[in-house]
Write a protein that binds this ligand. Structure first.
Ligand SMILES: [Zn+2]
Ligand SMILES: [Zn+2]
Length: 327
């Protein structure tokens, strides 16, 4: 079984959001060289899933099977698979393939490949097949785009590491912030923000959370271990912040950047190598996401709550537990 989000506006719409319908999952592809079959155990719900379901980026290919924070177990391997065997506990993130020859792919930055194949609502390398994500009983992925989940981590809380975790970990390492004593500012305490606090503290950094909600102070400092807390609506406190990050458009005064040689950078998830390094680090430091575990039949409500930021901090779907052994 898989969960499909159908086109908004048809019979499945409810409260402005497309409802899920359950269908028999279309047959997965015959295992190609290097493919592994993964029984999905848990799948995180990312804000990107919400963008796709509502077609906010104008590129939804309905019916959509969302989900790109997959944790599962290998059940079968195709010819030439050397990295995994049946029974391995693995993860799949935001993308499941790339061209493998461009400069980004050749230098271990396949997340920036112009022909990257997204795990959900993407187009596979054959140019026609729409990819279907982890709200499904099974996924088939090339071994090079699958990572290993450290045995020390709980599998449900580990699922959001596959997107939210690597998205914050990757730029910290890329820009050399993962050094004790460095200072990290985290704007917004949500799915990504709370992961950034956890990784920042594990790196030994001094972490300041900047939030528009004063009520999050105790949460940030007492529970997540942040060192300082700033309220972003408080103009007096914001004067202390050298570079703010407004939602959009991004506007920076040149004198805040040029004289001191500061940089403004973007980041898109992380490479497969980044993802494995992040998981290994998370395994050593016991880092997982704070989650609310839900069953598949709660996903519509979860999506609606996610839209209201009513989740602390990530929904994870108990896929295998919802479908039962005979699915
Ligand atoms: Zn995501
Ligand atoms: Zn490429």
């Amino acid at each position: 079984m898989a969960l499909f989000f159908s086109r908004a506006g048809d019979n499945y719409e409810h409260n402005g959001l497309p409802l899920i319908r359950c269908q028999k999952h279309p047959k997965q592809r015959v295992l190609r060289d290097g493919d592994v079959t993964i029984k999905v155990l848990f799948c995180g719900v990312c804000h990107t899933d919400l963008h796709i379901i509502k077609n906010e980026w104008g590129n939804a290919m309905y019916p959509v099977v969302p989900g790109h924070e997959v944790v599962g177990v290998v059940t079968d391997v195709g010819p030439g698979v050397t990295k995994f065997t049946a029974g391995d506990t693995v993860g799949v993130g935001y993308f499941i393939d790339s061209c493998r020859t461009c400069e980004s792919c050749s230098t271990g930055h396949e997340n920036y490949c112009p022909n990257v194949v997204l795990a959900s609502n993407g187009v596979d390398r054959d140019g026609v097949t729409t990819t279907q994500g982890g709200f499904s009983d099974v996924v088939v992925v090339d071994q090079h785009y699958v990572v290993r989940i450290p045995p020390s981590l709980p599998l449900d809380g580990a699922a959001p590491l596959l997107c939210a975790g690597v998205t914050v970990y990757s730029p910290m390492v890329e820009y050399g912030l993962n050094v004790p004593g460095k200072r990290l500012g985290v704007v917004g305490l949500g799915g990504l923000g709370h992961m950034a606090v956890k990784f920042g503290k594990a790196f030994g950094m001094a972490v300041t959370v900047i939030s528009s909600s004063p009520a999050k102070r105790d949460e940030a400092i007492e529970r997540l271990g942040a060192d300082e807390f700033l309220v972003s609506r408080d103009t007096e406190q914001m004067k202390m912040v050298l570079v703010g990050v407004p939602s959009k458009p991004l506007e920076l005064p040149a004198f805040a950047v040029c004289p001191s040689g500061k940089r403004v950078a973007g980041n898109g998830v992380g490479s497969v190598g980044d993802c494995q390094a992040m998981l290994d680090f998370a395994g050593q430091h016991g880092i997982t996401a704070d989650i609310e575990l839900v069953r598949m039949d709660y996903v519509n409500t979860a999506i609606e709550r996610l839209e209201r930021n009513d989740v602390r901090y990530r929904f994870v779907v108990d896929v295998a537990g919802s479908l039962g052994p005979a699915a």
